[in-house]
Design a protein around this ligand. Structure first.
Ligand code: FES
Length: 106
């Protein structure tokens, strides 16, 4: 899937992400600034916070309890579209995804 990361200042980075890979990993590997991923993807740090584009919310499984709890700890404001990108795994049939990066992660 082609994932478009849009930073708070409007800069767009597009990365091709394989099914099974999560959006935090892909961003860190791809050098997207604005996603930190301090805990390495265990839903323990909330520094991989993103706002998923409204049209793409349905392309991921709903947040589980640990993710929901950790979402209370994000530095930037929580929105209905807030997710932890390490918990967003690209599915086989997914073509494009757009996520918006918050102003700050820490
Ligand atoms: Fe730590 Fe996602 S990388 S919560």
């Amino acid at each position: 899937a082609v994932v478009k990361y849009i930073s708070a200042d409007g800069a767009v980075t597009e990365i091709d992400v394989s099914p099974g890979v999560n959006l935090m990993q892909a961003a860190v590997n791809g050098g997207v600034s604005g996603i930190v991923g301090e805990c390495g993807g265990s839903a323990m740090c909330a520094t991989c916070h993103v706002y998923v584009d409204e049209n793409d919310m349905g392309k991921f499984d709903a947040a589980n309890a640990p993710e929901q709890e950790m979402l209370e700890c994000t530095t930037s404001p929580l929105k209905p579209t807030s997710r932890l990108s390490c918990q967003l795994v690209i599915k086989d049939d997914c073509d494009t995804i757009t996520v918006h990066l918050p102003e700050t992660q820490q």
